[in-house]
Design a protein around this ligand. Structure first.
Ligand code: V47
Ligand code: SF4
Length: 396
């Protein structure tokens, strides 16, 4: 691991005292405080943050950069809630623009991947009364019966809180039931911003921040893993971002069950918050870097390429990120509907590997639990083996 840039920073007498103290803490692997994180958001420029975050990224993972082969299953885009940032949900009254798949239709989607080398199905969508505890338990067990090695990463505390309340069961019993049915991990969605001052404005009615955290905690107590997200860059203040990460850091301290933190950039197309401008790419990178520095007990920071563009995903690998999610196969609509650059998100394994190699990192295919499936550092794809020459036009 190269410490020269960090040492150079530390030897710079013109660097403000607070900057130097935080850099020293990072070098000595000490935890930074809440106030220091707010200070970084307010005062630190990108180059400085990049040196610190990349130092942490490299002592945790060297050049390794993870991706997986997955597809999304989105049962419905109808939803009983009305989150202001959501471009995806069609309230039940706008039913003509929506879809709600039956169990058979969902299994047809799963069967479409028979024989394909995918390792994970990520299930995410809206909340509807007909999808209850029994429905989801039957879905998970049907998927596992059909393809036992396919990892089921499904739903968020938003759905779980809703279906457990309806079934009158507590979180602990509910999560146990889901595990028995075949659920293997929880994606990070539904977290938005935990702080009630913001949550009540953008995502009122659905589960609170405390309920989101309580459901993950019950899941972790069963020995299971999950992810966490943060929807940033809208009406929240820097203090709210740090508060959000602080609650995650505390829960992680108690359970160790989180695998990865995924900052989700607010996109402003076709939703009720279209008047709120999106933040710049500089702010995206600063945010990844501060997350990497603050969340010292999280192993991984993920940039979701489908939402921030392939180029920003490449850049993020120098700002603390070590994972860029998966192939997706054009099976998710959440971000394209919100104005993300990728309108039909799908990348072949070769494209993902090339994207990572182009910026001199090592592409590692992982499964959902970060077991290494394959190291692609020295893999030559068939297309690469035969050099392509362009025929020059003959000029007479
Ligand atoms: O909770 C909705 C977000 C999330 C918008 O765990 C928006 O591996 C930005 O959580 N602008 C769902 N974001 C997706 C999600 C996720 C994605 C990829 C990987 C994983 C993982 C989890 O999408 C929602 C919400 O925070 N979202 N609308 C929008 N306009
Ligand atoms: Fe429903 Fe989720 Fe959209 Fe909120 S973000 S309206 S819970 S689909």
């Amino acid at each position: 691991m190269d410490t020269s840039l960090l040492n150079l920073l530390l030897s710079d007498a013109s660097l403000p005292e607070e900057h130097r103290n935080i850099a020293r803490k990072v070098r000595d692997r000490e935890r930074i405080t809440f106030d220091e994180a707010v200070y970084l958001y307010e005062k630190a420029e990108l180059g400085y943050l990049g040196v610190l975050a990349n130092f942490i990224r490299e002592y945790k993972h060297g050049d390794l950069t993870y991706f997986n082969r997955n597809f999304h299953l989105e049962p419905t885009n109808l939803c009983v809630y009305d989150c202001k940032f959501c471009s995806y949900s069609r309230l039940i009254k706008q039913k003509e623009e929506g879809w709600a798949l039956s169990m058979e239709q969902m299994m047809d989607i799963v069967r479409r991947y028979d024989g394909e080398p995918v390792t994970e199905v990520h299930i995410v969508g809206g909340v509807l009364p007909q999808y209850d505890v029994d429905f989801y338990a039957a879905l998970f067990s049907s998927i596992k019966a059909h393809r036992p090695e396919l990892h089921v990463k499904a739903l968020t505390p938003v759905e779980y809180h809703y279906i457990f309340k309806k079934a009158k069961i507590d979180y602990a019993s509910g999560m146990r039931l889901m595990k028995e049915a075949g659920l293997e991990s929880l994606p990070g969605g539904g977290a938005e911003i935990f702080h009630p001052d913001i949550r009540s404005q953008i995502a009122k009615d659905k589960c609170t921040g405390d309920q989101w955290l309580a459901i993950h905690e019950e899941w972790h107590k069963l020995g299971m893993r999950s992810n966490a997200t943060m929807l940033y860059g809208h009406i929240e203040k820097f203090e709210h971002r740090v508060d959000h990460m602080d609650q995650l850091r505390q829960l992680q301290g108690r359970t160790g069950g989180f695998q990865t933190f995924i900052p989700l950039k607010f996109r402003n197309q076709h939703n009720q918050m279209s008047g709120v401008p999106e933040v710049s790419v500089i702010e995206d990178l600063r945010n990844y870097a501060i997350a990497r520095i603050y969340l010292d007990n999280f192993d991984h920071i993920k940039a979701y390429w489908a939402m921030i563009s392939r180029q920003t995903a490449q850049l993020s690998l120098n700002f603390g990120v070590d994972d860029i999610d998966g192939t997706l196969d054009d099976t998710t609509k959440i971000y394209s509907m919100a104005g993300a650059e990728e309108q039909n998100p799908a990348m072949s394994t070769k494209e993902l590997v090339d994207l990572i190699k182009q910026v001199k990192r090592k592409p590692i295919e992982r499964d959902t639990l970060y077991n290494v499936v394959r190291d692609y550092s020295d893999v030559v794809f068939e297309e690469d083996a035969k050099p392509q020459f362009y025929k020059l036009p003959v000029i007479n």
